[in-house]
Design a protein. Structure first.
Length: 181
């Protein structure tokens, strides 16, 4: 018998000063049985940090090989932004660079290892692809605080993320790396 996804309902009060984005979001996120809590947290934070009109979680979830975990489509339905999470392989990122105007990667893994696996491979427009790393201890602490129904207050200023989950505060610097070094 196959396990079902767990639905997480997250209310987000988003204040991204860096991008002048201020929104109240009601997110329903399906967590696949094979998805780690750290991956779920990174996926949710990527959504918040990339929030814009047309953003969505992919239909296929984390098991979709032809879609990113988070994406942005324009009003015509065309894929404009591919937002990947974790440690995607070079072939996937290469394909993403051809399909979308913009590609970004958010990782909770060791960024040096993620980056080391990619430069030797051919990646379309590699010089334009940012890799944002979130400290693993931060992600693990946030993952421990995530419940099926939670309320997040997310503030971003000067690439520092301040997060409060049901009254518990967390903070981390968002570090940007580039595939081309």
């Amino acid at each position: 018998m196959a396990l079902n996804s767990t639905i997480h309902t997250v209310t987000v009060h988003l204040a991204d000063v860096d991008r002048t984005v201020y929104e109240e979001l009601e997110l329903r996120v399906a967590r696949h049985p094979s998805e780690t809590a750290a991956y779920l947290v990174t996926r949710l934070l990527a959504y918040c940090l990339e929030y814009e009109e047309g953003i969505a979680f992919s239909d296929g979830g984390v098991s979709a090989t032809d879609q990113p975990p988070v994406l942005v489509r324009d009003l015509t339905g065309r894929l404009t932004t591919w937002i990947d999470v974790g440690a995607p392989d070079a072939e996937r990122i290469h394909r993403a660079g051809k399909l979308a105007d913009r590609v970004a990667i958010y990782t909770h893994r060791d960024p040096a290892k993620v980056l080391a696996a990619l430069p030797a491979k051919r990646i379309h427009r590699a010089e334009t692809i940012p890799v944002y790393s979130l400290d693993r201890e931060f992600v693990d602490a946030v993952a421990a605080a995530v419940d099926r129904r939670t309320e997040w207050t997310v503030s971003v200023t000067d690439r520092h993320l301040f997060l409060e989950i049901d009254g518990a505060p967390f903070s981390v610097e968002i570090v940007e790396h580039r595939l081309d070094g």
